[in-house]
Design a protein around this ligand. Sequence first.
Ligand code: EPU
Length: 421
Amino acid sequence: MDYFEITGGNRLRGTLTVNGSKNAALPIMAASILTDGETVLKGVPRLEDVKHLSGLLEKLGVNVWRGENGDLHLKVEDEMNCHAEYELVRKMRASVCVMGPLLAKRKRAQVSLPGGCNIGDRPIDLHVSGMQQLGAESELLSGDVHLKAKKLKGNVVFLGGPFGSTVLGTANVMMAAVLAEGTTVIECAACEPEVTDLANYLNACGAHISGQGTPRITIEGVRELHGCEYTVVPDRIEAGTFMIAAAITNGDVKIANCRLDHLLALVDRLKAVGVIVERSGDYVQVSSSRRLEPISVTTQPYPGFPTDLQAQIMTLLCLADGNSIITEKIFPDRFVHVAELNRMGARLRKEGPTVIVEGVKNLVGAPVMASDLRASAALVLAGLVAKGKTKLSRVYHIDRGYEKIEERLNAVGADIKRLPE
Ligand code: EPU
C-alpha cells in the first residue's frame, strides 16, 4: 500500500489538464451492455474505479480493452451472465449502474445491494422503484436485488427522494427506458452534466432522449442500439479540485480542458472567498494572492455546489480570515475529513450536517488518512499548504478518482512523493 509524503509551502504555477470525467465514464461504460456494436470511448482516465468496472463488465461478457492511443473499447461478446456480485459492488458502488442495461437488454439483472460506505448510507430504493415503474418484477434474496421483465414499458417515473434526485438512479432508469416499448418521462431527474453526457452517448448509439440536463427527461424507446465513438466530458470535480489547489497555495494556474459552465457554483464561492477565476482563451486561470474571506457553502444537486467538492473547499476555508459554515445536503454524514484536518491544526466543529470552520493562520503537517476519495483529495490540498511534511496513508482511495495526481501536481510545483508503506 502506498502513501504520499507531501512537503507543503510551494506555490503552484503552470498548466494542469483535466481528464475525462470518472462519473460520466462509468455509467457510459455500463451502457455499452445495451449496444450491439463496438463502443470506442475517448478521454477515459486510467483510474482504479475504471479498472473495477472493466473487471465487472468482463464478467458480464463485455470485452474491454485499451487501444494503442489510449481509447477504451467495449464490445459485448456473451449475454449469459446477469449477476453483479457483492465482492465487486462492495468495492465500487457505481457498479449498480449495470442494473438498467442488464434488465433492458438481457431481461433480467441480479445486483448485490451495495451496503453502506464511508460517505454514509447509500440506498438504491429509487433505482429499484424506477425499474418497477417500467414493469420489472423485483425481489430481494440473500442481499441481492433480482429483477426481471419480459418487456419493459414506458411510463412516467418520479425519481425524487429525501435528498433530491439520484444521479445513478436517473442513469439506470434512462438506460432501462431506451429499449422499452413506448415513451418514458423521468420527472425529478438528476441534472448533473454526467447524466447529460450519458444521454448524449446513448443518442449517438441511436437512442431518442431529450430534456437531458433538465428535471424532465423524455425517452422514446427504440428497438436496438449500435456502437459509436464518443468523447467523455471533462471531469468537473477534478477541475474544481485543481482550482482549489491553485487558490490554497496562492498559486497561479492555468487549467486546460475545463468546462467552466459546469462549475458556476464553485466559481461563485471562490470569488466570494477572494480567489480570481478568469477564462483566458482555452484555459481557465485561477490565482490568489490575498487573504481569504470566510463564506458559507451548502451542497446541493446540480447546478448547486457539488458534494464532491465539499471536502476540498473545507480545506481552503480552514485558512480563511474568520468563521465559515459548510452544510452538506446530499450526504449528511460525508465528513471523514473533519477529524483528519483537525489533526493538521484546523479548527472544525461538526454539528449534524453542518461544520463550523474557524479560520487558522496555518495548517501543520501530520500523519493522516482518509477512507473516502474526495476526503483524500482534501488532505492532499491541506498537505500542499501545511508547514512541514504530511504523510497521507491509503492513497488507493485517491487513485480511484484522480489519475497520477502526484505527478500532475508536481509538474506545477508541488512536492509529493509516492512511497511504499
Ligand atoms: N438516494 C436515495 N435513494 C436512492 C439513491 C440515492 O435515497 O435510491 C439518496 C442518497 O443517499 C443521497 C442522495 O440520494 O443522499 C443522492 O445520491 P445519488 O444517488 O445522486 O448518488 P450516486 O448516484 O450514488 C453519484 C456520484 C457520487 C456523487 C453523487 C452526488 C457516481 C459514480 N457517483 O453517486 O460521486 O457524490 O452522485 O452527486 O457518479 C465521488 O465521485 O466521489 C462520488 C461519491
